[in-house]
Design a protein around this ligand. Structure first.
Ligand SMILES: CSC[C@H]1O[C@H](OP(=O)(O)O)[C@H](O)[C@@H]1O
Ligand SMILES: Nc1ncnc2[nH]cnc12
Length: 293
């Protein structure tokens, strides 16, 4: 099932039928808002596809990037049976050829966040998942194809710097990230992508370029007003592409590629895992933890 986490400007998705609002608790606290679960109709006459939506800043945009409980958000998607998570995010462009209004499908990240909870693990159970390829290539390709079909200018691949915020970058930082070869900059794709990997959920980021950040000589500073103006034009696009992507996903879960990200990640001696940790991590790692003798 497709999950969509909406960023700035995307606080609900239209076109969902038989909608239900699901408020969840998780062992990691409360998600940003209630999840919207519903059916997306398909133009091809096939049965509608179930999809789940969550606005990461909450409805009304009430959470700073640093205040988002990413663990609870991803855990909630997992509880609801999400296998593919599409993250929609507003980003600044670090390249002349990525213009405001363009869609970027990053395939790499540079983590410049600080102090965010990055893992479900800990408390006596240690795991190290691989992040060499942080984005699910199949899902990303599907989204790029859908965005192109919707007439967007799409850049496939690229590196997204994820900063802590909430202030935008200084010009020296912006130029530093450019010198690193990065393509776009945002504030929320991490630790979301790392947590999705731990939850064995396929993750892709659709980055909507809204501004040129502050490095660009001919642009002024980034302003929320300018970001929102570009997003206004792009939100309809992201809604249409969500419908296309959901429609293209296999309906039967038997056909889904299930990334076994945890299979070679756990290192702790199972006899040393505290009972409360086993309980807290049941949904994430329970399939790999044998019951204690
Ligand atoms: C409104 S500009 C800065 C804000 O927008 C982005 O949010 P999201 O990634 O949720 O679309 C950026 O990361 C900042 O949080
Ligand atoms: N320039 C920028 N820097 C960080 N996050 C952003 N989100 C939108 N524009 C941004």
């Amino acid at each position: 099932m497709l999950g969509v986490v909406g960023g700035s400007g995307l606080y609900e998705i239209e076109g969902l039928e038989e909608v239900e609002q699901v408020a969840l608790e998780t062992p990691f606290g409360r998600p940003s808002d209630a999840y919207t679960v519903g059916l997306l109709p398909r133009a091809d006459g096939l049965p509608p596809v179930r999809a789940v939506f969550l606005p990461r800043h909450g409805r009304g945009h009430v959470l700073l990037p640093s205040e988002i409980n990413f663990r609870a958000n991803v855990h909630g998607f997992k509880q609801l049976g999400v296998t593919h998570l599409l993250s929609v995010s507003a980003v600044g462009s670090l390249r002349e050829d990525i213009a405001p209004g363009d869609v970027v499908m990053p395939d790499q990240f540079i983590d410049r966040t600080a102090g965010r909870a990055q893992t479900f693990f800990g408390g006596g159970l240690v795991a190290h998942v691989q992040m060499g390829d942080p984005v699910d290539a199949g899902l990303s390709r599907r989204v790029a194809g859908a965005a192109e079909a919707e007439g967007a200018r799409v850049h496939v691949g690229g590196t997204c710097v994820v900063m802590e915020g909430p202030a935008f970058s200084t010009r020296a930082e912006s130029n530093l990230y450019r010198s690193w070869g990065a393509h776009v900059i945002g504030m929320t794709a991490l630790p979301e992508a790392k947590l999705a990997r731990e939850a064995e959920i396929a993750y892709a980021l659709v980055a909507l370029a809204t501004d040129y950040d502050c490095w660009h000589q001919s642009e002024g500073e980034v302003s929320v007003e300018a970001v929102i103006a570009v997003l206004g034009a792009n939100v309809a696009l992201s809604r249409r592409l969500i419908a296309r992507v959901a429609a293209g996903l296999p309906v039967s879960t038997a056909e889904l590629p299930y990334p076994r990200a945890l299979q070679h990640a756990l290192i702790t001696d199972p006899t040393r895992i505290p009972a409360e940790t086993r309980k807290r991590l049941e949904l994430i790692a329970g399939h790999l933890l044998q019951a204690p003798e």
